[in-house]
Design a protein around this ligand. Structure first.
Ligand code: ZN
Ligand code: ZN
Length: 580
């Protein structure tokens, strides 16, 4: 009797195992098929969009310049429809988590691509869409291939420049004044790729003289085409210019496609409004508690925002000297790393230290700091932390910059850009390599993570809970919140320039120059300014939800590592998988 039971038990066990094995084999079979689909898809994508390919470091189609005409747009739609069909042949439920998110990201992108052509129609109203200069300049500056080979591709690609700009002129119907000006500035600024930059490159080249001459003469034609385009834009009889404001309907949809949030643009706007009030309140509380320390018996101003501003200005005087800006950043990186390790916030791979360097000349101009990482086809490339140089700036400009990136803010900047912000996220993304996520990486997740880590570090005691640090953090965080409010208000609520500037100065405590710059940015871009706050909010909410669900067993380090293991996927997909 006993023996009989045992046999049955073993038999049952064997069947369950077999079922599990079959399930896992089936899964890996689907995953295998999906992996090869992705490879085919990406190669086809590059063939369809050669410029995009070159930009990602895939140089097979460098010599091709596609004309932005109706034929191209129709091809693009056909391409998207065909790949949507192939995608639908897969059962998403059978894919592993990595492939599940890839599947949805490709699907969303194919849909977005069609919407951009059919509904958004930037090709009609944004003349700045037509600018070849950057791609050509890249061919000269970027050392991915022998110079002479790059120059030959440069020559071949130039063949279509004239036709390209002729097509552009035909496409433009009712351009906005702002994008028209942007197009003039950018084409004007970029055309040196066909003169000075090219001359420099030709000096270093070993091509035969006849070939060099052919290049020079074709470059002259390209320059003429660009100049003609600039004249065309300057003389354009724009009797009914389109507004640069996107309007509610298009804005909502663009938000959906670009941010891929679990919330609508409207909902995110409401969250940002509420968050702004919360931050103001917190900032006033900190200001009140610091007041005596800095102002003694002087009474605190009745206007709360004015009191906060006064405190921020006072604290900002604590900053490094111009010549130690970069060394201070270098000093902080190991300090941040040690803090993350000691507090067990996230595993950081010690074999991949971050290289801090002075911003290279070709990136020049934009001071500040940024992370540059190798593209999907440059696996051995280094990741750098580029630090903009302020040497050579006049005294006032440098002082204003150093006050902005004062003692406290500089640390928050390093958390955001480097550890455990962008740089750490990047290393994790590379651990589960997905070319789909490298190409279609979700900006809101990437920025959201960096913004999230700022608060997370302070919450865990970074900066010793110093009140000044918190105040500066709130100011920094308020910028992302106000970016969302500004973007939405300008594009869907007709916010005027004056109102926008005073909003940024009075409610976000920005300098006039910064506010003016932001206005310029919001008048030629839409939705992107929302990505920081959207991603941050969704990550923070996800953490709260998991804390509630897991109670005492919630572990912050595990949460971070698990979250990052999904790569640069939209937070809403990661959320679904993590809450499952
Ligand atoms: Zn100073
Ligand atoms: Zn960032």
């Amino acid at each position: 009797m006993k023996k009989f039971f045992l046999i049955i038990a073993i038999a049952i066990c064997a069947t369950t195992m077999a079922a599990a094995q079959i399930a896992s084999m089936q899964q890996s079979k689907t995953d295998k098929a999906f992996n090869s689909f992705k490879e085919r898809f990406v190669l086809a994508l590059w063939k369809q969009y050669p410029d995009w390919a070159s930009g990602e470091g895939y140089h097979k189609y460098d010599s091709i310049l596609v004309l932005p005409d109706n034929k191209e747009r129709n091809n693009s739609i056909t391409f998207c429809k065909a790949y949507t069909d192939s995608l639908q042949k897969f059962n998403i439920e059978l894919l592993n988590d990595n492939n599940k998110t890839d599947y949805r990201m490709v699907m969303a992108r194919l849909e977005a691509q069609q919407w951009y052509i059919n509904n958004y129609k930037a090709y009609q109203w944004n003349p700045a869409t037509y600018n070849i200069c950057g791609d050509f300049a890249e061919m000269l500056a970027n050392n991915y291939e022998l110079l002479d080979i790059r120059l030959r591709n440069f020559y071949l690609k130039m063949k279509n420049v004239k036709a390209y700009y002729e097509t552009a002129k035909q496409n433009i119907i009712n351009p906005t004044i702002e994008h028209t000006q942007l197009a003039i500035d950018q084409n004007e600024g970029g055309k040196s790729a066909f003169s000075d930059d090219l001359t420099e490159a030709l000096k270093k080249s070993n091509l035969p003289a006849a070939e060099k001459e052919a290049i020079v003469s074709r470059a002259a034609e390209a320059t003429t085409a660009i100049n003609d385009y600039i004249v065309f834009l300057k003389e354009f009889k724009n009797t009914t210019p389109r507004s640069f404001r996107l309007g509610e309907e298009l804005y909502a949809k663009k938000f959906e496609y670009d941010i891929q949030s679990g919330y609508t643009a409207k909902e995110m706007f409401a969250f940002a409004q509420a968050e702004k009030e919360t931050l103001h309140k917190k900032m006033f509380d900190v200001t009140t508690s610091l007041w005596q320390k800095y102002f003694g018996k002087e009474p605190i101003p009745e206007n709360k925002l004015a009191a906060i501003k006064r405190m921020i200005d006072t604290i900002s005087v604590n900053h490094v000297q111009p010549d130690s800006f970069q060394t201070e950043i270098e000093r902080q990186i190991p300090v941040l790393t040690k803090f993350v390790n000691d507090k067990k916030l996230l595993y950081l791979d010690p074999s991949k230290p971050l290289v801090v360097r002075k911003e290279p000349a070709y990136m020049a101009g934009v001071a500040g700091a940024s992370i540059s990482s190798p593209g999907p086809y440059d696996k051995n490339g280094n990741t750098y932390y580029n630090v903009g140089s302020i040497s050579g700036w006049d005294k006032d400009r440098a002082e204003s910059y150093l006050r902005e990136y004062n003692h406290y803010m500089l640390q928050i900047l390093n958390i955001h850009e480097a550890i455990p912000g962008h740089y750490a996220q990047l290393i994790y993304a590379n651990l589960s390599p997905s070319i789909i996520k490298t190409i279609f990486g979700n900006g809101a997740m990437v920025e959201g993570w960096a913004v999230y880590t700022e608060r997370m570090m302070l919450e865990n005691g970074y900066g010793n809970d110093e009140k000044e640090m918190w105040l500066m953090y709130y100011k920094w965080n308020l910028r992302t919140v106000c970016n969302t409010i500004l973007d939405n208000s300008v594009h869907t609520k007709n916010m005027s320039k004056n109102d926008a500037i005073s909003f940024l100065i009075n409610e976000a405590f920005q300098q006039k120059a910064e506010a003016e710059g932001k206005w310029k940015r919001v008048s030629v871009s839409q939705v992107q300014l929302c990505s920081y706050f959207s991603g941050y909010k969704e990550i923070y909410d996800l953490r709260t939800a998991l804390q509630q669900k897991q109670g005492a067993s919630f572990n912050l380090k595990k949460f971070h590592e698990k979250f990052l293991s999904y790569g640069s996927a939209p937070v809403k997909y990661i959320k679904e998988l993590m809450l499952k």
